[in-house]
Design a protein around this ligand. Structure first.
Ligand SMILES: Cc1ncc(COP(=O)(O)O)c(C=O)c1O
Length: 395
């Protein structure tokens, strides 16, 4: 149906062969491959520890839980994110306090708005590296430090992204990654928590497997079968089949991210040539930020323009998406946030459109997509002029 999908799986014979080897190995749950994946991931991020879990949502929830977030606490996070960020806070019994984004060019958590929202109940900050663009970590880390708060990075979009030469996921108390099917590297479902704090890592390992002192792999290796349960935990375990996928994907990550970077440059150049004047968050980054180019967001002039262009692109076989409908618009969250005032988030959410981006996307396809946007835009403009409508009437 689609000529260009938003994202594509990037597997070859190596993933197939490693998964088959795992199936033949007689050990499929968390074991040697999971340990190897954790070690390789910690090396990539430059943290002492990496703890693999069942998905990115579990990573966020477990990190907050292990940091002691509970009822009565507040955690500052953006509304411009996937629902999992705020849901993880809610599942701890705490309240997510929604923070605006900096600007349409920089859709990451605004440190100034965050500072204004700190109360005596605030426990920590949970910024998101939106699209793999590092958040303003100098100011956010200083804010956390100055107020005795923890900082957890939602780095679901950001494996390989760097801030001042340091990897996202190593800048706060913990970093949470997702390996869902549309992410920069995938294990179908999967997640990882990175940290430099050995005590936090110990608690995370306990909590991901029922608080048990012994794992199945320990017993397989001949360690004593008796175990204690040190605290009430969960089953958020990873497994060796997915670790086999993850190890191959991780080895490909530098090349994947380089290809994404090249395609983003191509998109940016083509859009500059169209003179459409759209806002391209990935085109105006300071030197301190080296993104992982997870998605390609474009900000149009108005919601009407964005929606109409999305519809016309669909007719051309080009899949698009919106990242994101903000958290406070969802029915389940509205009761918790009756008086939200996030003007930049509102504007971004109304006008943003995500275009296809994945490593094997061809430059020629990018040309076609940008031409299709230009053609849609021109068609709309003619329509507006014909009907005497203003382009800005519903932004
Ligand atoms: C910003 C963000 N946070 C958290 C998640 C949750 O990850 P998962 O889908 O692996 O639970 C995602 C992924 O979908 C995400 O995009």
């Amino acid at each position: 149906m689609w000529k260009a999908r938003l994202s594509e799986l990037e597997f070859d014979e190596r993933e197939l062969s490693e998964v088959l080897d795992t199936l033949h190995s007689a050990w499929i749950t968390a074991g040697p491959r999971t340990q190897a994946f954790e070690k390789a991931f910690a090396e990539l991020i430059g943290t002492a520890e990496a703890v693999a879990v069942s998905n990115g949502t579990a990573a966020l929830f477990l990190a907050l839980k292990a940091l002691g977030v509970g009822p009565g606490d507040e955690v500052l996070c953006p509304s411009m994110t996937f629902v999992a960020t705020a849901a993880a806070v809610m599942h701890c019994g705490a309240t997510p306090v929604l923070v605006d984004i900096c600007s349409l060019e920089n859709p990451t958590m605004d440190p100034e708005d965050a500072a204004a929202k700190i109360t005596s109940r605030t426990k920590g900050l949970l910024p998101v590296h939106y699209a793999g663009i590092p958040a303003d970590m100098d100011r956010l880390c200083a804010l956390a430090k100055g107020n005795g708060l923890f900082l957890v990075e939602d780095a679901a979009h950001a494996p390989g992204a760097m801030f001042r030469g340091q990897a996202c996921g190593s800048l706060g108390d913990a970093g949470c990654f997702s390996f869902f099917g549309n992410k920069n590297i995938t294990t179908a479902e999967g997640g990882m928590i990175t940290t430099n704090d050995p005590e936090l890592a110990r608690r995370l390992r306990l909590l991901r497997s029922h608080g048990m002192t012994v794992t199945s792999w320990d017993r397989e290796k001949g360690r004593p079968a008796q175990y204690d349960v040190l605290e009430f935990g969960f089953n958020f375990r990873f497994d060796d089949i997915r670790a086999a996928l993850g190890l191959v994907q991780l080895a490909k990550l530098p090349l994947f991210n380089q290809k994404r970077a090249d395609l983003v440059r191509h998109y940016n150049e083509r859009f500059a040539e169209t003179k459409l004047g759209v806002i391209l968050p990935l085109a105006s980054l300071p030197e301190s930020k080296q993104p992982s180019y997870h998605i390609y967001p474009v900000v149009f002039d108005s919601a009407t323009e964005r929606d109409s262009i999305a519809e016309l692109l669909k007719q051309d076989g080009i899949q698009t998406s919106i990242h994101y409908p903000p958290i406070h618009h969802f029915s389940a969250f509205q009761a918790a946030f009756p008086h939200v005032d996030l003007p930049v988030t509102e504007a971004f959410a109304a006008r943003e459109l995500t275009l296809p981006l994945y490593p094997s996307l061809e430059e020629g396809r990018v040309d076609t997509i940008v031409s299709s946007v230009l053609y849609s835009y021109t068609t709309l403009k003619r329509l507006y002029e014909g009907e005497g409508l203003s382009r800005h009437h519903s932004s």
